[in-house]
Every structure is written in structure tokens, then in C-alpha cells.
Design a binder for this molecule. Structure first.
Ligand SMILES: Cc1cc2nc3c(=O)[nH]c(=O)nc-3n(C[C@H](O)[C@H](O)[C@H](O)COP(=O)(O)OP(=O)(O)OC[C@H]3O[C@@H](n4cnc5c(N)ncnc54)[C@H](O)[C@@H]3O)c2cc1C
Length: 468
């Protein structure tokens, strides 16, 4: 860094209420590390913003110094979009406050909060905001791409529960987006990712949930794999709205206390069905599982909602090496089951598998054009071909496996772009296909209004519409 730059950096540091971290700081490596350990980018500066003014100051400094910027919420994007090599990271990790208004059932959540922080605050009032399934994920990136989890069938995507957002635009101005204020921006934020600005505060609608929920976990040996997938394809779309479901296709049984020792490490398929009603309603919802294909092991238990939200945390620990490629299909038919059954045994890492959501219930109540979320509001499966390992060579092998599986599935896919939040590689063509031409064009017009110079491009990038 030149002397002039050092002076500029010193003045920038003085103007921040938060902290400026440089490669000279002892915690630089810790501050720049993100969930996906396969990403090793070295930014020039990390601005740990403390206030909305800090965010504007950081964007202004990047503009003056011609630095690329990235925006970090929870640091969980598979692509490592939140850290830019040689640029400035606008890091919101310390802007993680969550305030609940229990009477209005609304929640104001900082742009750097994690799901764990959101859940802890809301559950103390018996409320929850529909979000994801791993508690160390960031609220910001998850929300801006859509947000799906246990409560999606009951209350829709996270974006379907977004009421407003405070956004710092590339020029440093601060705007509010809601149905009444900048509605075009509000539409774009609900699915269009971090393309338009830095969201410092999200306001969500919350719902009464728990504190106790009912969990059924069912695991089938790979030998019964095709029949288990057929059972899931029959059962899952018909589950009551008061349940959440996640399929673990090609899961290796984890070394958890609830897995009998003799079955730990075995390859198979898992289904988790969460009931938000009574124990009897949950038992009724999963009765067809018991009557169907015999499981290798199963677990049925009540648990606190916050424990459910942490249940899968260790299956995807921070620092693991990862690659993801997703798609959607409307039907778990014989073609899909055939491809999955052929490919699952070819994975190398016990941590690699295909987490699969089925979107239905409240998800389909929302009008197609109401948000920018890039999926038709019809029942569908959202799958991620997910490679994970602590070993780089194994990751390379399973990345090839994930890509090959994805390629074989594409003829049967409803959308080969898939969910933008399940993209380790954000190719322009797949981003366009994820949204479809009409939504992409509308997003491009919003982008041209709010970020015409494409300052926010480390994301599933929408190119600004060009004025004709
Ligand atoms: C272990 C794991 C589990 C997951 N489980 C689920 C799940 O159950 N459901 C689901 O829907 N998704 C899930 N995801 C995907 C997740 O939604 C995305 O990885 C998401 O991008 C994470 O957001 P983040 O804020 O943690 O990530 P980041 O990497 O910090 O950000 C992701 C993107 O959003 C931008 N961004 C971040 N913060 C802001 C902000 N405040 N303002 C503007 N832009 C911002 C970033 O620049 C980047 O482009 C999971 C991911 C992982 C790694």
C-alpha cells in the first residue's frame, strides 16, 4: 500500500465507529474466513461496520479508492461472494441486533445477524420468522435469495414474511423499501439477492411457533433407496401445511447418539418431518412412513424449536470445504429416482449428499409476480448436489460427482438454474434461467435504477438494463 493510501486508510479508520481490519492485524485471517473453507480470498480491507453511517462511509471510501467491494452478512454463500480478493469487505457481522415487538408480531433484525440470533430473540416471545435449517447461516443472504426451511409450508419463504428493509445504496444514500416506499426495490430485494444495496435492517412478520415441536427422522438403507424415494415422493407433497419436511438424499448416517452405532456411516436416504401442531397430529402425518418401506432406524421426539434449528449445524460445520450445484424438479418421478439411485453410491465423502426441500403449502399461496424469487409458485422440489469434505482431494472428486449428477438430472429439471442461494458458481446463464426471462428483465430494470454501475456484483449478478 502506498503512503497516500496509508493516509487515506488512516482517515477512513478514524471515520468508522466500527473497526477496520487490515492484513497487518493479528485476527485478519479469522476475520476474512468464511463458512466455505475452500475459499481463500485476501481482501485489502475489512470494514467491520457498527452503524448505517459506517456502511455509507465504507462505500464512499471504496468509490474514492476504486476498490471492488463485497458485502458480508453471515459469510455462508457457497461461492464465497462475501469476500473479495484485494478489495474492501463491508462486513455487517457486528450489526446483528434483533428487536422483537411481540404485540405487533414484527421483528427488526440487523443485516449481520445469524439465524441463531434471530431464533433466540423471537423464541423468547414464542415467535419465529420462517428461515433456514442451519443456525449459523446469515439472515441477510438467506433472505435476499428467498429463504426456505422448516416453516415454509406453513408460512411461506423468508421473503414472503419480509415487511421492510433499510438499504444503503452504492452512492451512500439510505432508502427504505416496503410495499409503500420504493416498491420496485422491495420487490427486487425479495429474491434478487444483494444486487441493489446493503441491507442494514430487515423487518419481518413473525408467527407463534413452539416452543416445542415434534420431529420424526426416518432413515432407509441404500438397498431400499428407490422404494424409499418413491415413498417420499408420494408422502411429502401430501403432508399437512402444519409440517415441515427435508429430504437427505444420499446421506451417510452421521455419528450422532441417535444413530445406532452399527448403522453409523451407512449410506441411505433420510426424511425429517417436523410437526408444528400436536403430537397426535404429527403421528398421523408420519403414519404412512411407518406403513411404508421399513426403515433402518428412526427417531420420533419432541424438541424445542431452537434445538430443531441447531439439529443440522454439525453436519455442515464452519470451515468445511464445499461445492454446490442446484436445480429444481416438479416431480420426483422414476427418471429422477433412476438417476439418483445410480449416482448416489458413487460419492466419496460421507458428508456429501443432496439436501432436498419440497415447496408447497403457503409457498404456493403467493402470487407468481409478488416477489422476485426465482421459482414458480407451484409445488416443486429444490435440490442441491452438495459436495463436502475436510480433504481437498476428496472435495475435488465429489465436486466432479456433484457436477455429473447435476448434468444427468438436467433433462428432468423444471429449472436448471435452481435456487440462487444454492450456487457455488454463479454463471450468468444459470442466473438468468433461475429467474426466467420476465423476472430477470424486471430485476435488470430495478438494478438500473438502484445500482446502475453494478457496484454490487459479487452475487448472483443481475446486469443493469441498458436504456434504449
Ligand atoms: C450450511 C448451510 C446451510 C444452508 N441452509 C439453507 C436453508 O436451510 N435454506 C436456505 O434457503 N438456504 C440455505 N443455505 C443457503 C444460504 O441461504 C446462502 O448460502 C446465503 O447466501 C447465506 O447468506 P449469508 O448472509 O450467510 O452469506 P454471505 O456470504 O455473507 O452473503 C451471501 C450474499 O448476500 C450478500 N449479502 C450478505 N449480506 C448482505 C446484506 N446485509 N445486504 C446486502 N447483501 C448482502 C453477499 O454480498 C452475497 O452476495 C445454506 C447454506 C449453508 C452454507
Amino acid at each position: 500500500m502506498t503512503t497516500l493510501a496509508e493516509q487515506a486508510v488512516g482517515s477512513f479508520r478514524d471515520r468508522l465507529e466500527g473497526r477496520l481490519v487490515t492484513p497487518d492485524d493479528t485476527d485478519y485471517d479469522q476475520v476474512r474466513s468464511i463458512w466455505n473453507g475452500a475459499i481463500d480470498h485476501r481482501p485489502a480491507l475489512v470494514a467491520r461496520c457498527a452503524t448505517i453511517e459506517d456502511v455509507a462511509t465504507a462505500l464512499g471510501f471504496a468509490r474514492e479508492e476504486h476498490l471492488e467491494i463485497s458485502v458480508r452478512g453471515g459469510g455462508h454463500s457457497f461461492s464465497g461472494a462475501s469476500i473479495c480478493p484485494d478489495g474492501l469487505v463491508v462486513d455487517l457481522s457486528d450489526m446483528n441486533g434483533v428487536e422483537v415487538d411481540p404485540d405487533a408480531r414484527t421483528v427488526r433484525c440487523g443485516g449481520g445477524a445469524t439465524l441463531a440470533e434471530l431464533d433466540a430473540a423471537t423464541q423468547s416471545y414464542g415467535l419465529a420468522v420462517p428461515a433456514g435449517t442451519v443456525s449459523h447461516t446469515g439472515v441477510a443472504g438467506l433472505t435476499l435469495g428467498g429463504g426456505m426451511g422448516w416453516l415454509t409450508r406453513r408460512h411461506g419463504l423468508t421473503v414472503d414474511n419480509l415487511l421492510a428493509a433499510d438499504v444503503v445504496l452504492a452512492n451512500g444514500s439510505v432508502v427504505r423499501a416496503s410495499e409503500d416506499e420504493n416498491p420496485d426495490l422491495f420487490w427486487g430485494l425479495r429474491g434478487g439477492g444483494g444486487n441493489f444495496g446493503v441491507v442494514t435492517t430487515f423487518t419481518f412478520r413473525a408467527h407463534p411457533v413452539g416452543p416445542e415441536v415434534h420431529v420424526g427422522l426416518f432413515f432407509w438403507d441404500i438397498g431400499d433407496g428407490p422404494d424409499a424415494l418413491r415413498l417420499m415422493s408420494d408422502l411429502v407433497p401430501r403432508l399437512p401445511r402444519d409440517t415441515g419436511a427435508l429430504m437427505g438424499v444420499g446421506l451417510s448416517a452421521p455419528p450422532e447418539p441417535f444413530v445406532p452405532q452399527e448403522h453409523q456411516g451407512k449410506l441411505g436416504h433420510a426424511l425429517i418431518v417436523v410437526g408444528f401442531g400436536t403430537a397426535e397430529e404429527h403421528a398421523e402425518a408420519v403414519a404412512a412412513v411407518a406403513d411404508g418401506v421399513p426403515t433402518l432406524f428412526e427417531l420420533r421426539t419432541p424438541m424445542p424449536f431452537t434445538a430443531l434449528q441447531r439439529m443440522l449445524d454439525d453436519a455442515a460445520p464452519t470451515g468445511i470445504l464445499s461445492y454446490d450445484r442446484g436445480l429444481t424438479y416438479s416431480d420426483l418421478n422414476e427418471h429422477v429416482i433412476g438417476v439418483l439411485s445410480g449416482y448416489i453410491p458413487r460419492k466419496t465423502s460421507p458428508m456429501s449428499f443432496c439436501p432436498t426441500f419440497h415447496l408447497g403449502g403457503a409457498y404456493t399461496d403467493v402470487d407468481e409476480d409478488a416477489t422476485a424469487f426465482g421459482g414458480l409458485r407451484e409445488p416443486m422440489y429444490v435440490m442441491s448436489c452438495s459436495a463436502m469434505s475436510p480433504d481437498p482431494e476428496v472435495l475435488t472428486a465429489d465436486t466432479a460427482w456433484a457436477r455429473a449428477l447435476w448434468t444427468e438430472l438436467t433433462p428432468h429439471a423444471a429449472n436448471v438454474g435452481g435456487y440462487v442461494n444454492f450456487m457455488a458458481e454463479m454463471e450468468e446463464d444459470r442466473v438468468r434461467r433461475s429467474y426466467g426471462p420476465e423476472k430477470y428483465d424486471r430485476l435488470a430494470r430495478v438494478k438500473a435504477t438502484y445500482d446502475p454501475e453494478n457496484v454490487f456484483h459479487r452475487n448472483a449478478n443481475i446486469l443493469p438494463a441498458v436504456a434504449l
